[in-house]
Every structure is written in structure tokens, then in C-alpha cells.
Design a protein around this ligand. Structure first.
Ligand code: UDP
Ligand code: MG
Length: 315
């Protein structure tokens, strides 16, 4: 039977933990009863440097029932890092891990469907929101815009999927090989490969408390996602440089023509043509430097180049 670990990052979540723990325990009991998972399955709460009673609540939960386990981080490292710390912690301590937010916005009953999909041979199962009507207009549209921009920049992400997903232990092992410091899990998980599936659910309102992702954090997150997955912004500089070089040539012809026709003021010809020319030279130079920085940047990340799924090999 599979040993399931549910990993829950928590930052100042004292108001929701009681309810969250009860519902997750329910999910586990229910599946253990149906013989779908082993009775040693558990919930791991990762306390991401909360400043409220989150950790002492987790400690109490653990004392009352060993199905609840805790991982206490030394300080607030942000959602993505907290999640990864939890996933890396459980990698050799489970067969499958499901990550879910503490605030009950994601439907916990879908976990069973995820496990079913795993039994059917999927290593990664994405939880995808079928509707966003509970989100504000702003959040809905900014998320859609972000997704479109990521697509345009060539980053493969699953639309309307946050960090609610199931991963098998071999997918987790592969994930731990991505040693980059700028983490954007939604972009990394699709790079792992293996057979994947999606399950759909309705996104609810936060059970209690306020969002820990204010606009500033959201913008940071979006920029992180773009700059740690794409060197296109650097290439755009080179392209603008080439375009302005072209403009420089065209305007040079125009300027020469007006010069010979005698329409223009003295000094304008040389000023105008050098202005465009120098501008485009600067941009192209920056673009070339950018291309090299882009190479350094992809090298320095030291990502694994491939993931071997299985081998057929007998001596
Ligand atoms: N979270 C965290 N560290 C942080 C911010 C958030 O561990 O610095 C956790 C938070 O407790 C929650 C999840 O990440 O379980 C998602 O946060 P939230 O629900 O506030 O984000 P939203 O759903 O509004 O995007
Ligand atoms: Mg939330």
C-alpha cells in the first residue's frame, strides 16, 4: 500500500489550522478505510517562520495524534522554499506526496482522485481549478495575464494550477536535483517529465485569515517566474538594437537626401545620423553582453539535463 504524505506550508495560519488538520485527517482516515493508502500516511505541516501561534498549534496536534507531523523552519523563507523544504524532507519517507495550501481554498476531497490517478501510473497529478469565481476580478485577470506572458516567453506551465499537486517519490527525487536558488515550482515540475494527469476542482474562498500573498509578493513571484525561466528579455534587447540599426540606415538615406536638396539646417545631418547610429550600436552591444549573461545564467543554475525514467539493461 502507498504511504501518503500531505505537505502543508503554513505562514501565520493559526486561524485555519484546526479546521485544516481535521479535514486532512478525515481524508486520510477515509482512504485508509478504503485500503487505498497505508495507515502510516501522515500530514506534514511546515511552519514557515510564523509570528503567531502556528507552531505551538502544530506541536499540540502532533502530541494528540501522530498522524500530524511538523517541520519548523528557522525563519520565513516564502511559500515556494517552505514547500520545497517539506517535499525534500519527505522524499525518502513516503511513496507519494501531495502539497496543498493551509487555507482550504483547494478542495481536499480531490486528494483521493489524485491518489487514484497515481495508481493508474501517473507520477505527477496536477490539481487544476475549474472555476475562479471566488477570486477577485483583479486576481483572476492578473493570473490569466501572467500565464499568457509565461507562455509567450516559452515557459511551460499548467494553466490554473497552483501548487496543489501529487508527486511520486521518484518525481520528488528528481525535483531535488534542481538546485537553483530562485524557485518557481510551477515551471520546474513540468521539466521533470513522466506521465502526468490533471484533476479538476472548484476553488473556494480562504477559510479564515487573510492572503499571505499581497500585491508586492505577487509581483515578485511573477518576476521570479519570468527571470528564472526565460532569457528572452535579454534577447529582446538585441532585437531592439537590430531594429534601431535598420531605422538608422533608413533615416541616414532620408537625411542625405534632404541634405542634397538643401532643405535642412546646418549640423542637423551629422547630428541626426550619428544619434541613431550610436544608439543602435549601444543597444546591440548590450544585447551581446546580455546573450553571454544569459549563457552564464543557464549554466550557473546547474539544472539536471535529463531524467532517465527506466532502463532495459541486463549483463
Ligand atoms: N505561505 C508560506 N510562506 C509565506 C507565504 C505563504 O508558507 O511566506 C503559505 C500560506 O500559509 C498558505 C500558502 O503558502 O498555506 C498560500 O498562501 P496564501 O493562501 O496566502 O496565498 P493565496 O492563496 O492568496 O495566493
Ligand atoms: Mg490561499
Amino acid at each position: 500500500m502507498f504511504k501518503l504524505a500531505i505537505v502543508v506550508p503554513c505562514y501565520n495560519e493559526e486561524e485555519v489550522l484546526g479546521e485544516t488538520s481535521a479535514r486532512l485527517k478525515n481524508v486520510i482516515d477515509n482512504m485508509v478505510g478504503k485500503d487505498k493508502i497505508s495507515s502510516s500516511s501522515y500530514v506534514l505541516f511546515v511552519n514557515d517562520g510564523s509570528r503567531d501561534l502556528t507552531w505551538s498549534i502544530i506541536t499540540d496536534l502532533h502530541e494528540n495524534n501522530k498522524v500530524f507531523k511538523g517541520l519548523n523552519l528557522a525563519r520565513n523563507v516564502g511559500h515556494q522554499n517552505a514547500l520545497v523544504s517539506g517535499l525534500e524532507f519527505v522524499v525518502n519517507k513516503c511513496d507519494i506526496a501531495v502539497s496543498i495550501d493551509a487555507d482550504l481554498q483547494d478542495d481536499v476531497d480531490v486528494i483521493e482522485q489524485m491518489v487514484d490517478q497515481y495508481s493508474l501510473g501517473n507520477d505527477i497529478v496536477y490539481g487544476v481549478r475549474s472555476s475562479r469565481d471566488k477570486d477577485t476580478f483583479f486576481k483572476k485577470n492578473s493570473a490569466l495575464f501572467f500565464y499568457k506572458v509565461m507562455r509567450f516567453l516559452g515557459v511551460d506551465t499548467v494553466y490554473n494550477h497552483a501548487d496543489y499537486r501529487l508527486m511520486s517519490s521518484r518525481a520528488l527525487k528528481q525535483l531535488s536535483l534542481f538546485q537553483e536558488k530562485n524557485l518557481f515550482l510551477r515551471g520546474i515540475v513540468p521539466l521533470i517529465g513522466y506521465k502526468t494527469e490533471k484533476v479538476y476542482y472548484k476553488r473556494e474562498n480562504r477559510f479564515a485569515g487573510t492572503s499571505k500573498y499581497p500585491l508586492k509578493k505577487m509581483l515578485n513571484f511573477a518576476l521570479e517566474g519570468i527571470t528564472s525561466f526565460s532569457v528572452k528579455p535579454l534577447r529582446i534587447i538585441s532585437i531592439i538594437g537590430l531594429i534601431s540599426l535598420f531605422v538608422s540606415c533608413v533615416s541616414f538615406i532620408y537625411i542625405i537626401v534632404t541634405y542634397f536638396r538643401g532643405y535642412n539646417i546646418q549640423g542637423w545631418t551629422s547630428l541626426m545620423s550619428s544619434l541613431w547610429f550610436i544608439g543602435s550600436l549601444t543597444l546591440i552591444s548590450l544585447g551581446i553582453i546580455g546573450e553571454y549573461i544569459g549563457k552564464i545564467y543557464t549554466e550557473v543554475k546547474g539544472r539536471p539535463r535529463y531524467n532517465v525514467e527506466s532502463v532495459l539493461f541486463e549483463d
